[in-house]
Design a protein around this ligand. Structure first.
Ligand SMILES: Cc1ncc(COP(=O)(O)O)c(C=O)c1O
Length: 433
């Protein structure tokens, strides 16, 4: 391990982190020092002192095949040497076109247009804006309300926060957010709401299959199907946020396939570039796209980001999608989930464990009892145990939920290691109470 400036407290630049960096979702007053990661390969991260950690949560659910996959690295460097980036307004390039063509082919039917952006939040912003601007173009100005699911998370920009469940992250931002109604994943409740707000709703947005940030909570396919039916009955747009679930994570290429539905707008990011580069895409139907076609420039979709359709991101995304198909990644995730879940069996009889569940390649343990819930006491205890216990697995709980969701290259032995680390962490926190 080459650590020229390393000492017993970590590399010298770590002091700089303390001095000038502000980390996401981090309470700098009490959270431990960040792990100094020097390199990564496959399912493993290597810290500055040479210690290796299994990336059991795919670096916030993005790393699809494994870190630094040679095929993706090759696609990246070949593209970088040819064309790094060019603005996508008034210009175009082959990687963006080829990737868009493939996305239209592999996503649910009816999605014919691809709008690129940078990350999950911007993919959602594009979908929200396209939905409400389509209604405006049609002269329906009262449709200003979005309908979302309780527990939903769609990102941290203002539109995405507005449709996300404010509890617990965005509660104090309520005055700055636009109107969204929230219902549980219950078709009767959704139907009643849509009836009550008839003529005022722009779109329904949901995470089909699994609500990630809510604690890997399953969203039943039957509910997603009903949501599609209710949207159709009212002529409403259905936005599927597959930022987390896309590219095989739930065992099918897209979670919408589990419900056998096609949304009007589909948000993709994270695994779109194999998790290597920031890239996102919002797919739309021809109906939505054509609402903006006009001789009148004022009807343009006035939206764009500097790095829209980044050429290197698109080239890597295209190669990643080839790998997803050639290596049957959705099926591999299914096996990975099964392996981890089977290693968690002992936890099912633990009284403090409320649920052990699996959706595709995601296996989760939820702690319950009187102190259940996202901001429950379990959260800090789980986090602390994840960091302190002498295992070599990087885990990061979602409140009272501990989960494993590693990249597709993870071996069976590594899955067993993840499960065993999860069991140790849960045993540690439940015996401490
Ligand atoms: C379902 C979903 N939508 C949107 C986002 C936001 O993505 P990003 O963090 O890339 O902005 C996330 C992030 O975890 C997500 O899980």
């Amino acid at each position: 391990m080459n650590g020229p400036s390393q000492d017993s407290h970590g590399p010298s630049w770590l002091a700089g982190d303390r001095r000038v960096c502000w980390h996401p979702y981090t309470q700098h007053a009490i959270d431990p020092e960040p792990l100094p990661v020097a390199r990564a390969s496959g399912a493993w991260l290597e810290l500055h002192d040479g210690r290796k950690l299994l990336d059991a949560i795919s670096s916030w659910w993005a790393c699809l095949h494994g870190h630094g996959h040679p095929r993706l690295v090759r696609a990246l460097s070949e593209q970088a040497s040819r064309l790094d980036h060019v603005m996508f307004a008034g210009c175009t390039h082959e990687p963006a076109v080829r990737l868009a063509e493939r996305l239209v082919e592999v996503t649910p039917p009816g999605l014919t247009r691809v709008f690129y952006s940078d990350d999950g939040s911007t993919a959602v912003e594009v979908a929200l804006k396209a939905a409400c601007m389509t209604w405006l173009r049609r002269g329906e100005k009262r449709r200003t309300c979005f309908v979302a699911l309780e527990g939903g998370y769609h990102g941290d920009t203002f539109g995405a926060m507005s449709v996300g469940d404010p509890d617990p992250f965005f509660l104090d931002l309520a005055p700055f957010l636009f109107e969204a109604e929230r219902v549980p994943a219950d078709a009767g409740r959704l139907e009643e709401l849509l009836r009550r707000r008839r003529g005022e709703v722009a779109a329904v947005i949901l995470e089909p299959g699994v609500q990630g940030a809510a604690g890997m909570k399953p969203v039943p396919a039957s509910f997603v199907r009903e949501a599609r039916r209710l949207c159709d009955a009212d002529g409403l747009f259905l936005i599927a946020d597959e930022v987390m679930t896309g590219f095989g994570r739930t065992g099918t290429l897209f979670a919408c396939e589990r419900a056998e539905i096609a949304p009007d707008l589909l948000c993709l990011s994270k695994g779109l570039s194999g998790g290597m580069l920031p890239l996102a895409a919002t797919l739309a139907t021809e109906e939505i796209y054509s609402a903006f076609l006009s001789e009148d420039r004022m009807r343009t979709f006035f939206h764009g980001h500097t790095f829209t359709a980044h050429a290197m991101g698109c080239a890597v995304g295209l190669e990643s999608l080839r790998m997803v198909e050639e290596e049957r990644v959705p099926a591999r995730f299914e096996q990975i989930g099964e392996r981890i879940e089977s290693g968690l069996a002992a936890l099912r009889s633990e009284p403090a464990v409320q649920d052990v569940r699996r959706i595709g390649g995601i296996a989760a343990v939820e702690l319950g009892g009187a102190s259940g819930g996202y901001l429950s006491d379990w959260g800090p205890r789980l986090r602390e145990a994840c960091r302190r216990l002498p295992h070599d697995v990087l885990l990061r709980p979602l409140g009272n939920v501990l989960y494993g969701m590693p990249p597709a290259c993870t071996t069976d032995a590594e899955c067993a290691r993840i499960a065993s680390a999860m069991v140790d962490v849960v045993n540690e926190v439940v015996t401490a109470v």
